[in-house]
Ligand binder design. Structure first.
Ligand SMILES: [Mg+2]
Length: 319
């Protein structure tokens, strides 16, 4: 068996078989069906060893995260994920590494019912490129471009835990081992907010997922919508672990840390009560943290209304 046979062994048999896949992995191309009245939503992300993750990181976590970041982009569009392609570049075909990687990826795929329908493998420096596809009702996918002055800005979950966990791994922040464990999964195995994105589709005026930090990703909405934003620092939702380290860590991990994979949405004031009711019913956290203003850029104020000058910007590979 050559090494690419070995690679195929871990990916051809997989936990999800969908009825809308007519020709699955194994032919020259896959053939799938988008339901009538829906549009295809497509996104891709590449993760490179030494840039996006440490080469010696847990392979299961790498498998999980490389799919999770793509599903997070679909979630930000309010799309229901369906299929994905995997392009894997490996220095060598290590059976143990591949098995753990596949388990991490297939485990997340199973949770969201997404089927691997094709891909490619090559020898080279370790990198993982995934293209994820889903659907949204015609004309109703969320975009970055619909925010209006007066809309409320809201986020799912809690922010900054992944950045705090990374700081702990790097030794920049000290966390007790129990506290570290309580947030490490946010860095290593983030859960894309798929159900949340779909639930918010009919209420939010714009959306983005928080991959590069709240300020950086909210700025994408502001640019696309031609508006500005005002955030109230104390309203940003923090985990218990983060709150216990707030004095030491400051607000920057929540404002500018990457890898949270929560959603940031803008919501017209009139739609907010309905959306909050839906969040309550579906059991997800949605916190209003500010408001869309005229002009551009993000200003942050503290609880007393005084300007807060944050001192970090999000991750930008080419900065
Ligand atoms: Mg995104």
């Amino acid at each position: 068996m050559d090494e690419f046979e070995l690679i195929r062994r871990y990916f051809v048999s997989q936990p999800v078989i969908r009825p809308d896949v007519r020709i699955p992995i194994g032919d020259d191309a896959a053939v799938t069906r988008v339901p009538p009245g829906y549009e295809l939503v497509v996104t891709t992300d590449v993760l490179v060893a030494g840039v996006h993750f440490f080469a010696d990181a847990d392979p299961g976590g790498i498998g999980h995260k490389s799919l999770a970041v793509n599903l997070s982009d679909l979630a930000a569009m309010g799309a229901e994920p369906a299929w994905f392609l995997l392009d894997l570049t490996l220095p060598a075909a290590d059976a143990t590494w591949l098995q753990q990687f596949a388990e991490g990826m297939h485990g997340l795929a199973r949770q969201y019912g997404v089927q691997l329908i094709g891909g490619d493998t090559s020898r080279g420096p370790l990198s993982i490129a995934i293209t994820a596809m889903g659907f949204a009702p015609e004309g109703r996918a969320l975009t970055r471009g619909g925010a209006k002055v007066g809309d409320r800005i809201a986020v799912t979950g809690t922010l900054g835990d992944a950045a705090l966990a990374l700081a702990a791994v790097q030794g920049a922040t000290h966390l007790a081992s129990g506290q570290k464990a309580s947030i490490m999964h946010r860095l290593e195995r983030p859960m894309p907010r798929v159900a949340e994105g779909m639930a918010m589709r009919d209420y939010a005026s714009s959306a983005v997922d928080i991959s590069d930090g709240l300020i950086a990703d909210l700025s994408h909405i502001l640019k696309a919508s031609g508006v500005g934003a005002r955030l109230i620092r104390e309203s940003i939702p923090l985990s218990e672990t983060y709150r216990a380290h707030l004095v030491q860590a400051g607000w920057e991990p929540a404002l500018a840390g990457g890898d949270d994979y929560e959603l940031c949405v803008t919501v017209p004031e009139a739609s907010l009560p309905n959306l909050q009711e839906i969040a309550r019913r579906q059991g997800f956290a949605l916190t209003v943290i500010g408001e869309i203003m005229s002009g551009g850029g993000v200003s942050v104020v503290d609880a007393a209304g005084q300007p807060y000058h944050y001192n970090a910007i999000g991750h930008n590979h080419f900065a």
